[in-house]
Design a protein around this ligand. Structure first.
Ligand code: ATP
Ligand code: MG
Length: 565
């Protein structure tokens, strides 16, 4: 597998790296890592981090590791490890043989902790979690020292060893760094380095009952792997002094540089793994790959391509300031990609039967249809046309408003790739619902030409009744009904903002015969309806399609409005 191609755009992290290369700070090396915690599936925010870390390695001819930050056994699982690998690979990135786990370093981290204890820089604290929090102080008040802070290194070593050997229950003791309880940075007020947790780890089993805290482990893992630039999100900015403190106080092979950037926020959705897990666990959605979720598995099932997601990551760029990105931009990136690549086909989502009364019974004509006007190399295919066809219910109005250019009694429309038809009669059932139209066609109008050059404004897509394939089509809308649930009323749970109309399932759709054989993952443009992909539930007997995006590009509109200002 090859690594993805990138068109580089400048950003502040690249400027730092370029400068480090110039000053030979790391001997000309650039080595990054993507460090997911295997406690959930990856989402589009992680994709930004993946594209950034792997992208930097590609651009600067360096390397990028995949490191599982698996220091919290209670929430982690192999299912997540596997899904993460699948997703990173799917995005187009390759970590080669550099698949690492923080848990692989547990022995080394333990040694580091012993060393800090011996140096008098770490101690075992018997305070409860609650007391530790209380003693920590606030932003305006200094913290208080724990009564256990001045234990001798010997006593600490003995206690820490007993913590390790399983003598104490969960939460009864912790190992803390001995730094400064009065520091203006709360992260330096003797942060916890190790806690007791009698839990089975998905890789180390029951070998350990003490687990290192992320802040203690992360810098050491980076250093062991020879990382040069440790890129993380802004909330870790205040943790950087501790990251550096640990590295400065240990005989580590190198001292990587932590650089923070603003995480991706997307409107109308949720991105925290905790919330995503809740939606999955409580069955608000069908699973981690529900096409409404911003998980990579969900986006993939929805029909997003890795190319579109990489383009999106490149377009949003990296900055130091938090912002909210419009979902319309993500959709825009998909349209740009699929517009070039998707085969155009005809599918009628809400069918209305049309009988062409002057078309010979039993006749079938093969109409030539181009596969993609954006790509002449895509060729053409044959579409069967016959006396009975389906058109879209919305393409007919008995009582057309002004500016309605489709079919109505006495009016004509063009059938794409076929003939003009005129509506002569509307057939209704006993309840007065329209069940069928009786139309006549103009035999001279095949392929769009007529003898008298009359103008027909509307063009409709259609499918021949005898040849149509029955299909299920799933239409998606925003997951949340508000752009930013966090900005809404605080007492309300984010689930109260779930959009009840986020999924609409249409069962009686009629699609052109060529679609029966399309396997899961294939994507198409259904003329006038949007881009669709074949869902994993699809079978040749019962094809299922997901709408990935509509054709309406609201992002292009937003951009144009800004330019016009
Ligand atoms: P969440 O906050 O969504 O639960 P997390 O930050 O706990 O996610 P990790 O598995 O620790 O998830 O993330 C792995 C990497 O991805 C980290 O380097 C993290 O900074 C980055 N990352 C996570 N969310 C985003 C985001 N929204 N935008 C950019 N990078 C992100
Ligand atoms: Mg995290």
């Amino acid at each position: 597998m090859s690594n993805a191609e990138f068109t580089p755009t400048p950003n502040f992290i690249k400027a730092i790296i370029a400068n480090d290369l110039e000053t030979n700070k790391y001997g000309g090396r650039v080595h990054t890592r993507f460090p997911p915690e295997p406690n959930g599936y990856l989402h589009i925010g992680h994709a930004k981090s993946i594209c950034l870390n792997f992208g930097l390695a590609l651009e600067f001819k360096g390397r990028c590791n995949l490191r599982f930050d698996d220091t919290n056994p209670s929430k982690e699982d192999v299912e997540y490890v596997e899904s993460i690998k699948t997703d990173v690979r799917w995005l187009g990135f390759d970590w080669e043989d550099r698949e690492y786990y923080a848990s692989d370093y547990f022995p080394q981290l333990y040694e580091f902790a012993l060393r800090l204890i011996r140096k008098g820089k770490a101690y075992v604290d018997d305070l409860s979690a609650e007391k530790i929090r209380e003693y920590r102080g606030t932003l305006t008040e200094p913290g208080k020292e724990s009564p256990y802070r001045n234990r001798s290194p010997e006593e600490n070593l003995a206690l820490f060893e007993r913590m390790r050997s399983g003598e104490f229950p969960d939460g009864s003791r912790v190992l803390r760094a001995k730094i400064d309880m009065a520091s203006p940075n709360l992260n330096l007020r003797d942060p916890v380095m190790y806690r007791i947790l009698h839990a089975e780890h998905h890789r180390t089993g029951n070998a350990w009952c003490i687990y290192p805290m992320y802040d203690f482990a992360h810098g050491q893992c980076d250093s062991i792997e020879g990382i040069t630039h440790s890129i993380c999100t802004l909330e870790f900015e205040d943790h950087r002094p501790f990251y550096d403190w640990v590295l400065d106080n240990l005989p580590v092979p190198c001292h990587p540089q932590q650089i923070e950037f603003a995480r991706l926020n997307l409107n109308y959705t949720v991105m925290s793994k905790r919330k995503l897990l809740e939606l999955v666990d409580k069955a608000y959605v069908r699973g981690w790959d529900d096409p409404r979720l911003p998980t990579l598995a969900g986006l993939r099932r929805r029909g997003f391509t890795p190319e579109a997601i990489r383009a999106f990551a490149e377009t949003v760029g990296v900055a130091k300031r938090e912002s909210m990105v419009d979902m319309a931009l993500l959709e825009h990136c998909l349209r740009e990609d699929l517009n070039r690549r998707a085969q155009r086909v005809m599918a009628v989502l809400r069918p209305l039967k049309v009988v062409i009364t002057n078309y010979p019974e039993g006749r079938v004509e093969e109409m030539d249809a181009e596969n993609n006007p954006e790509d002449p190399g895509a060729g053409t295919r044959k579409l069967p046309f016959s006396r009975e066809i389906f058109i879209e219910q919305d393409d007919f109005r008995e009582d057309p408003p002004r500016k309605f250019f489709r079919l109505s009694p006495g009016r004509e429309i063009r059938l794409k790739h076929a003939y003009y038809i005129r509506c002569d009669e509307v057939v209704k059932d006993a309840q007065g619902r329209i069940v069928e139209l009786r139309c006549s066609y103009d035999p001279e109008s095949r392929g769009g030409g007529t003898r008298d050059n009359r103008k027909v404004q509307g063009t409709s897509h259609w499918v021949s009744v005898a040849h149509a394939v029955n299909a299920e089509v799933r239409l998606y809308d925003k997951l949340l009904s508000v752009p930013d649930a966090a900005a809404e009323k605080e007492e309300k749970d984010f689930k109260e903002y779930l959009n009840p109309g986020s999924l609409e399932i249409l069962k009686g759709c009629k699609v052109e015969p060529s679609l029966a054989a399309a396997g899961p993952g294939r994507f198409f443009q259904f003329l006038r309806q949007g881009y669709f992909c074949v869902d994993a539930d699809s079978t040749p007997e019962k094809p299922v399609f997901n709408r990935s995006v509509t054709l309406r590009d609201s992002w292009a509109k937003i951009e144009k409005a800004q330019q016009d200002k």
